[in-house]
Design a protein around this ligand. Sequence first.
Ligand SMILES: NC(=O)c1ccc[n+]([C@@H]2O[C@H](COP(=O)([O-])OP(=O)(O)OC[C@H]3O[C@@H](n4cnc5c(N)ncnc54)[C@H](OP(=O)(O)O)[C@@H]3O)[C@@H](O)[C@H]2O)c1
Length: 269
Amino acid sequence: MDLDLTGRRALVTGSSSGIGAGIAAELAAEGALVVVHGRNAERANAVAAKIVAAGGQAAVAIGDLSTNEGAAGVAEQALAAFGGIDILVNNAGGSFDTPDPSFFSVTPENLVATYEANTVAAFRLIQALAPAMKERGWGRVINIATAAAITPTSAQPDYGPAKAAMVNLSLGLSKTLRMTGVTVNCVSPGMIRTEGLMEFLGNFAQKRGWGDDIPKAEEYFVKGTGQTVGRVGEVTDIAYAVVMLASPRADIINGTNFHVDAGISPAIN
Ligand SMILES: NC(=O)c1ccc[n+]([C@@H]2O[C@H](COP(=O)([O-])OP(=O)(O)OC[C@H]3O[C@@H](n4cnc5c(N)ncnc54)[C@H](OP(=O)(O)O)[C@@H]3O)[C@@H](O)[C@H]2O)c1
């Protein structure tokens, strides 16, 4: 199937590593012109260079999305790279500055910081880039949330609620942009094999006295999270979902929260 992404201009925030880097690579492989973003210029440049080496087109935008100024700078660089942005993937984020994620250890400041770097970061770029998509009559906003947005865990009270707000905001935006050709959807990953996850599982295995047995830690979480698919997700699992939603083939998919989580969040709607 031709996904008709050739020449479409995409900004993937937080693509200097992990899931974002995978999304950037797959969009570029489908012919999109991709702006790779992160705070770490070295890593962002390396991701862009890899895309170019594989025959794709990529540019780089650097900046911290947790401030208005930083986000404005990123939007400016992204617009300048290819003359506009048609596809915005708000992937940057995670859970920050929360060394102990247990409910009563997370501080109000942690909560605000996580909200800034996830929800508000996405909001800033949506305000900067979506109006021009509307004017052109076509566009995509794809927000990366998490399974924990609708299936909260007992910890990380900063993270799940911030991502839940992102899901809510996305549905509201899809209504704001009704009949414009711009769709807005979320992708909610479960456990995805990134460096961060591997580090977490490594530490967990050590604490449990399992030494370096990361597969054992993986199995523990696959079972414990109630997954109905027996493996951890790969970065490409998320990237394929995003590429599909980004395509004009997905023109009538709007206002959804797409669970790509190995069955952590079973839902009938
Ligand atoms: N991995 C999982 O299992 C999993 C599961 C569910 C949801 N998610 C979500 O998927 C997304 C990507 O996660 P990941 O695991 O791939 O994380 P990652 O490897 O840590 O990558 C995070 C990316 O976000 C960027 N970033 C973080 N804070 C930023 C800020 N304030 N301003 C600008 N850029 C910022 C980082 O840039 P620099 O490093 O260059 O600063 C990096 O490129 C996140 O939104 C996360 O919540 C991940």
